[in-house]
Design a protein around this ligand. Structure first.
Ligand code: ADP
Length: 151
């Protein structure tokens, strides 16, 4: 079983994340979308909301599971039997950041990080931009799956 963990904050899930997960399930038997819990971070959406948005977006897709975790990503991978970490790359800043994390993770474990290059249509989308649009009452709907709706 080729199981990959796709870790992130998903505050909220965007069409960029959606695209990486969709393409991830063509490469892996299972993609576990793992929402990291960081007590020091302030989020726009609660953990329950972020989880529900992703679950609804992949309703009926048995290869996608959504979980939450605390602690080191590699420790969590070992706990659930995931041999791969899936990450998306948008730009050189992502590359530099991801490179350091992937090297550190390789020093701590045998888990491989697999990178997918962002699709050209979603390359500019970031959760931080979506949050900014929401805060300013803009039309955020083009950047997120239909499951992301503000009450
Ligand atoms: P983090 O808090 O770890 O940065 P994010 O939720 O922002 O979590 O992102 C999780 C993963 O999704 C990261 O690998 C990030 O590079 C990737 N990602 C985010 N937006 C996009 C996008 N538009 N295209 C491709 N990958 C993306």
């Amino acid at each position: 079983m080729r199981r990959a963990l796709f870790p992130g904050s998903f505050d909220p899930i965007t069409l960029g994340h959606f695209d990486i997960i969709k393409r991830g399930i063509t490469l892996f038997d299972e993609v576990i979308v793992a929402i990291g819990i960081n007590a020091d971070k302030k989020y726009m959406f609660s953990l329950e909301e972020r989880k529900a948005f992703i679950e609804k977006a992949f309703e009926g897709e048995s290869k996608v599971k959504v979980v939450t975790y605390e602690g080191l990503t590699v420790d969590f991978c070992q706990k659930i039997g995931a041999n791969f970490i899936l990450r998306g790359l948008r730009n050189p800043a992502d590359f530099e950041f991801e490179k350091a994390i992937a090297h550190a993770n390789r020093h701590m474990s045998t888990i491989e990080t697999v990178f997918l290059l962002t699709s050209s249509k979603t390359s500019f989308i970031a959760s931080s931009i979506v949050r900014d649009i929401i805060r300013n009452n803009g039309n955020y709907k083009k950047f997120v799956p239909d499951s992301v709706r503000i009450k």
